[in-house]
Design a protein around this ligand. Structure first.
Ligand code: OGA
Ligand code: MN
Length: 219
């Protein structure tokens, strides 16, 4: 992949990105990007071992980020194992130096039949940068312009890949994880299995950024 950096100068892996037009691909260059093979299979196994016990305790319905989402469990947690701590350090380079990621990751466990409908992450609870690591199953992340719905971008998220959304890609486009029956990357069918995502976000600007809602107590 072109260079190791994850800053706004970084390039997406072109084989993992499709756009409605070359102009749109240019406009979102460095703002929506995807890197294959960001975590190794060994690291992925260690990350899953760390987060899976926390997911097993149940599911909840509250929607922190204004998403239409089905077939999921999620939790918010600090990654304390060595793979998790190393991952947080590595994704930090995708964030502006003064706006680092929160230390706890959002762990989203999506069933094979689950989807994340089109949404923009809450500007009240989330800052300028979103970085997501996908584990277990491939999926397709689609962005669509709020103002020009014919403008879209699709990222192929393979297991072990990293994606970053920032700037216009984060604020001016919705993003969604396609449900199995719509899960295509161009002609390529991307069958959905269970997918676990580790999503890192920073705080919104402001003197006293609001705390995201806490998890409700387990049933
Ligand atoms: C979200 C979201 C995408 C993903 O939970 O807000 O957009 O990678 N998730 O699972
Ligand atoms: Mn989101």
């Amino acid at each position: 992949s072109p260079g190791g950096g994850l800053g706004p100068e970084a390039e997406a892996d072109p084989a993992l990105l499709r756009a409605s037009s070359p102009e749109l691909a240019r406009r979102l260059r460095g703002l929506a990007l995807v890197r294959g093979g960001f975590v190794s299979e060994g690291e992925a196994a260690e990350l899953l071992r760390e987060v899976e016990p926390g997911l097993g305790r149940g599911r909840y319905q509250s929607d922190h980020w204004d998403r239409a989402i089905t077939g999921y469990r999620e939790t918010e947690r600090g990654l304390r194992g060595s793979a998790g701590r190393a991952l947080l350090l590595r994704v930090t380079s995708a964030f502006p130096p003064r706006r680092p990621p929160r230390p706890s990751a959002h762990v989203l466990d999506l069933l094979p039949g689950g989807r994340v409908g089109p949404h923009v992450d809450s500007v009240k609870f989330c800052g300028c940068t979103i970085a997501g690591v996908s584990l277990l199953s491939p999926s397709v992340l689609r962005l669509r312009s709020l103002r020009e719905p014919q403008d879209w971008l699709e990222l192929l998220l393979e297991p072990g890949s990293l994606y970053i959304l920032r700037g216009a890609a984060r604020y001016e486009f919705t993003h969604e994880i396609l449900p199995d029956e719509e899960s295509f990357f161009g002609e390529l069918r991307v069958p959905r299995g269970r997918r676990v995502a580790l999503i890192f976000r920073n705080d919104p600007p402001g003197e006293n950024p609001p705390k995201p809602p806490r998890d409700p107590p387990s049933p």
